[in-house]
Design a protein around this ligand. Sequence first.
Ligand code: FAD
Length: 476
Amino acid sequence: MSVPYDLLKNTPNGHLPASARVPAIARPFVSERALKTLDIVEKFVEEECIPADAVFTRQIGETPVERFEAHPSIIEDLKTKAKQLGIWNMFLPKNHFTEGAGFSNLEYGLMAEYLGKSITASEATNCAAPDTGNMEVLAKYGTEAQKRKWLDPLLEGKIRSAFLMTEPQVASSDATNIEMSIRREGNEYVLNGQKWWSSGAGDLRCKIYIVLGKTDPNNTNKYAQQSVVLVPNDTPGITIHRMLSVMGFDDAPHGHGHISFDNVRVPAENMVLGEGKGFEIIQGRLGPGRIHHAMRSVGAAEKALEWFLARLNDPRKTPFGEQLHKHGIMIERVAKSRIEIDAARLMVLNAAIKIDESNAKGALKEIAEVKVLVPTMNLTVIDRAIQAYGGAGVCQDTPLAQMYALGRTMRIVDGPDEVHVLQLGKNENKKGPAHKARIDAQIKRGQELLGQYGIEVSDPLQINRVSGQTSKKSKL
Ligand SMILES: Cc1cc2nc3c(=O)[nH]c(=O)nc-3n(C[C@H](O)[C@H](O)[C@H](O)COP(=O)(O)OP(=O)(O)OC[C@H]3O[C@@H](n4cnc5c(N)ncnc54)[C@H](O)[C@@H]3O)c2cc1C
């Protein structure tokens, strides 16, 4: 691997390199190779990708047609550099896949933070959603033929993909509601139905859809009704009706499609893992992906804080005679942001360590905690930065408005907050009876001790006990 960068001990903006800033709690789990790669990722993002974002946004053009037919050349240039630097496909965890760059979820999580600071960095390193999750599906569940046909070009960054689960006519946060029909006819499957929020479907290089539908809608086990099939996007019967915007941003050329399937026929060998395995596949797909999103959101929050600090220290802006950093309310917001970002990062890294130690199933609680906490933290920090910029904060002159729109979707994508909160709350509540039994035993033992020490209480449960309500017998 040739590294054209002379990695400096200190980065130009004066802070320690990423490897020196890995939280102490995570350090024992991070290899030397990962630390070195982390520094390369940070430098690549800061010095190549963030400046390239400005070119990317201009190269995609102005009109909707231009924007969804664009393939900015700067992306291919960045991909070439990333490959030379050996920062490619870092997302596929080494304990489950041989196809990736050989890092753990934790190690990639640390890198994903930096990718989250730029709109081009994830694609430039072939670590962009939804391709990452789709490649995991193919690597984990695909047949050899499916892998060669679709996984190989995805791993090489030659094509892109989309994951089609959500449907406009049903509440899709409950995947048992999905209605897309997948019917077997001879050696083919026939698909009928519609999907929306199909992210990535706008990209001209998107060649394959991973589609969730129902092969057995009457199965009494509602988790065995679903299946996943691979559908090439040029199959007759597929229509992209429109691209959806996110709070006014079209996210071109990637985009989010509203697509219908009218008697779309694919060969039977396009079934993934087998009929009835759809639920298992989507569950397996979402776990690590949520950690990737979360770490990118931590990176976005860091970037927002950097912009916030830049504004506070802008000597041209002196409301009421002082730069903003002289106004205590702003400094308090800086401190809160620092605390909240650092706390959120620790939670995400902890979840990644738990996944590495077992798998996504073994880290359900930690993943749910992160899924709920991080997007809200990110939005709070971005909001503080927007506020400090005044009017400039909500327009196109800073990246903050678009970051806010993207950050807001993270409370909805991969399952809305409420679903995770409910799951967390219900699981936590299962501990209720055991806690009650322990507390009862402690109260009982406390009463015995009170008797032993000759102390009378008016409230036998001591629920309302305050100083002065106890009476001491002469014994004490
Ligand atoms: C930018 C973006 C990109 C996306 N990319 C993709 C993609 O690539 N592929 C794909 O298939 N989908 C994608 N989605 C869709 C996303 O996963 C769904 O929007 C999400 O799962 C919610 O489903 P829904 O929109 O049908 O909302 P619904 O299921 O109708 O839920 C609406 C609201 O109901 C509430 N709610 C839901 N369940 C509960 C509950 N148990 N208790 C209390 N309240 C509840 C929540 O407030 C929720 O937001 C994307 C969405 C966005 C915004």
